[in-house]
Design a protein around this ligand. Structure first.
Ligand SMILES: [Zn+2]
Length: 80
């Protein structure tokens, strides 16, 4: 079941909600009942608890070697 992130436009709190695809998006903040906005960028998976590997991602989440960024300790960088 995917986890969606929402940000409150009123108090600024960001929280996660585990919802089915068929569930309607949340509209109100858990803290202040203000209007919330769905955050798209991280929807569908969680960075906590090794979800990357469980969902079939092979690359290390922290590796930035492909775009020339720092990649300390990455096997790809060591081989080049
Ligand atoms: Zn709020």
């Amino acid at each position: 079941m995917p986890i969606y992130e929402y940000e409150c436009e009123s108090c600024g709190v960001v929280f996660e909600a585990r919802q089915k695809f068929s569930d309607a998006p949340l509209e109100s903040c858990r803290e202040c009942a203000g209007k919330v906005q769905k955050l798209i960028s991280r929807a569908g998976f969680s960075l906590k608890g090794g979800g990357w590997y469980e969902q079939g991602y092979n690359a290390a989440p922290s590796c930035a070697g492909n775009d020339g960024g720092g990649c300390g300790g990455c096997p790809k960088a060591a081989n080049s």
